[in-house]
Design a protein around this ligand. Structure first.
Ligand code: NAG
Ligand code: NAG
Length: 270
């Protein structure tokens, strides 16, 4: 029943999203400006709730996004490719960053990168020149996240109390989708309990079944929703706060975006 309702919601949403004035693309190319955080400490914590772990995600190549990218937390964990358009100073490759925080839109800056991320856009030997600019014109697009050696994982968050109170944070979500629903059940049981999204990647329930627990999530992929099932045990009966558990599944779907500009063709620079 929930799923049917959800499917209607997704179809409706997509019809609305892909109105005639927009283009359904794998990715939209955005033109904006990017700045950087002067200190690494500014990136620790953050609106996505990654806490001190934020600076270790993606090797420290992370970013804060304006409200349109942050999407009230749904944008957390999304991957972006950013490159600065100044050919004298910047390389054509750009940098891949993960969204871990929200930023205000100051001076039309849509992204604020970690220093490491910002410097990676520079040509060899010119990173310090780039830093002096403080803000540069960039081109950026959302890209699928790739985790070669990681499955979608969940961290049991502080405040969880076995057995009923469980708060989970999703980590290492591959592909280019949003998680829009999360259910839990005791392994083998047909009775699923839904979780409520708290903020961004954090979901909770005060009615967690007793473990061991299995998990299923709905992601928006392409033009419809899709269940991703962890068929086996994800959390043991004695789950522990602060521990990260591997779900044994990974997501690789790419949800289309509605772009105002025509879709990007190829990736040659011009
Ligand atoms: C925005 O740009 C103006 C003019 O370039 C500059 O004076 C101001 O400091 C900038 N604001 C921020 C917060 O960077
Ligand atoms: C991901 O999950 C599969 C089981 O579905 C497992 O075999 C594999 O080792 C896991 N990968 C990692 C990197 O943990």
């Amino acid at each position: 029943m929930d799923f049917l309702f959800f499917s209607f919601l997704v179809v409706f949403f997509c019809l609305f999203l892909f109105s005639p004035s927009t283009n359904a693309c794998e990715r939209c190319l955005h033109h904006s400006k990017a700045a950087y955080f002067p200190s690494e400490a500014d990136l620790s914590g953050g609106a996505c709730g990654y806490g001190s772990m934020a600076t270790q995600l993606n090797g420290g190549y992370i970013a804060a996004g304006n409200p349109a990218l942050f999407r009230r937390g749904n944008g957390c964990g999304g991957c972006y490719k950013v490159r600065c358009v100044d050919k004298m100073l910047c390389n054509s490759e750009g940098v891949k960053v993960i969204l871990t925080d929200s930023s205000r839109r100051v001076n039309r800056t849509e992204l604020v990168l970690s220093k490491k991320g910002f410097m990676a856009m520079a040509q060899k030997g010119l990173a310090h020149h780039l830093m002096r600019l403080k803000m540069v014109h960039v081109e950026y697009k959302r890209i699928p996240c790739e985790y070669k050696n990681k499955n979608l994982s969940i961290r049991v968050e502080e405040g969880s109390r076995n057995p009923k109170h469980l708060t989970l944070k999703f980590l290492f979500q591959g592909g280019q989708t949003d998680i829009v629903a999360v259910d839990l059940a005791q392994v083998g049981s047909p009775i699923w309990e839904y979780m409520t999204q708290r903020r961004g990647p954090i979901w909770s329930t005060s009615r967690a079944p007793t473990g061991p627990l299995q998990l299923r999530v709905v992601v928006t992929g392409g033009s419809s929703g899709k269940w991703v099932w962890a068929e086996t045990e994800v959390l043991p009966a004695e789950w522990e706060v602060g521990k990260i558990y591997d779900t044994g599944v990974q997501i690789s779907d790419v949800a289309k975006e509605a772009c105002l500009l025509p879709c990007e063709r190829g990736s040659r620079r011009e």
